[in-house]
Write a protein that binds this ligand. Structure first.
Ligand SMILES: [Zn+2]
Ligand SMILES: [Zn+2]
Length: 314
């Protein structure tokens, strides 16, 4: 079968590799794999979950089980169930996570525990987006205790837009900030108010969805005294971020990381996509084959926020 294989930083090759076998895992024929900023990071910088090169990647994957014929989302992780975070009900920060990567290929093998059924009527490309949407479901849940009516989202990429939509569905009045007018228009279309930048000190609840040190800082600066800041976007690991000490201490800001998701959050995301509550078509970009993946991931993201859809048989 053909698969996208990373051999080193910025060295992606499409190669013929052995088809996976279903002795311990379930083999899934990939119908759609969507791409995100993490894939760009994996290509350009490597990533702590990739393992030693050569490595397969692609973690937003939907397809058909070869053993049963069922349509499934291939979840990208299985938590151990035994470590301290798992026992505390926080599987997303499991200390011994099994990562399931390799969606950018014709077939992928996955533990049965990683698979989630897809409702009839939800396309494979839409189902694949349950992975990033689940992380947004998790991020919104991290601030479920906020009494604020309003919420601000910094960043109108696909994660920011999904987070904004979930906050609208939760009944909050949402302000999304992005410097691209096309992304502000997308935010308005899903029920948010869109602005070019957030008002300093003006927001009791802020979600950062960019993943850059300057954006983390801007999110902290945008928070109102006593506010909550949820960091949804991940800076590359090893990054040091300088934050203003004044508001963190004197304004008692509550800064929270939001990473990944639980299996229940993945199922919730699939429900939201199947019902149309979150419109995946508004976030879907071009469908490409494996041969165009490297160039597409390297292309600078501009204009509307849209996710690449990879069809490995194209
Ligand atoms: Zn992703
Ligand atoms: Zn664990």
């Amino acid at each position: 079968m053909r698969a996208a294989v990373l051999h080193a930083r910025d060295d992606l090759r499409v190669e013929a590799v052995a088809e996976p076998e279903g002795d311990r895992d379930v083999v899934v024929r990939v119908e759609a794999a969507t791409a995100c900023g993490t894939d760009v990071k994996m290509l350009r910088h490597g990533h702590r979950v990739l393992g030693p090169y050569p490595s397969r990647f692609g973690h937003e994957t939907a397809g058909v089980r070869l053993d049963t014929g069922d349509r499934v989302l291939v979840g990208d992780s299985v938590a151990c169930g035994a470590c301290a975070p798992c026992r505390a009900g926080r599987p997303q920060i499991c200390r011994a996570m099994t990562w399931v990567l390799g969606g950018f290929a014709e077939f992928v093998a996955a533990p049965a525990a990683a698979l989630h059924p897809i409702a009839d009527g939800l396309d494979f490309a839409g189902a694949a987006m349950a992975e990033p949407l689940a992380a947004c479901v998790h991020a919104v849940a991290r601030a479920a205790d906020s009494a604020a009516d309003g919420a601000a989202v910094l960043g109108g990429g696909t994660m920011g837009l999904m987070t904004a939509r979930l906050l609208v569905l939760a009944g909050r009045s949402v302000t999304l900030a992005d410097r691209h007018p096309e992304r502000r228009a997308q935010a308005e279309a899903i029920g948010a108010r869109a602005v070019a930048s957030l008002h300093a000190g003006g927001h009791p609840l802020v979600f950062e969805a960019v993943g850059r040190p300057e954006a983390w800082r801007a999110a902290v600066e945008a928070a109102a005294p006593g506010g909550i800041v949820v960091l949804v976007g991940g800076c590359p690991s090893g990054t040091d971020v300088a934050l203003p000490a004044g508001p963190l201490h004197y304004d008692e800001l509550d800064v929270r990381g939001a990473f990944h998701h639980s299996p229940a959050e993945v199922d919730r995301a699939l429900d939201l996509l199947a019902s149309g509550a979150v419109d995946w078509r508004g976030l879907a970009g071009a469908t490409i084959g494996l041969d165009d993946l490297a160039a597409a991931l390297r292309r600078p993201a501009d204009g509307e926020a849209r996710k690449l859809v990879v069809d490995p048989r194209r």
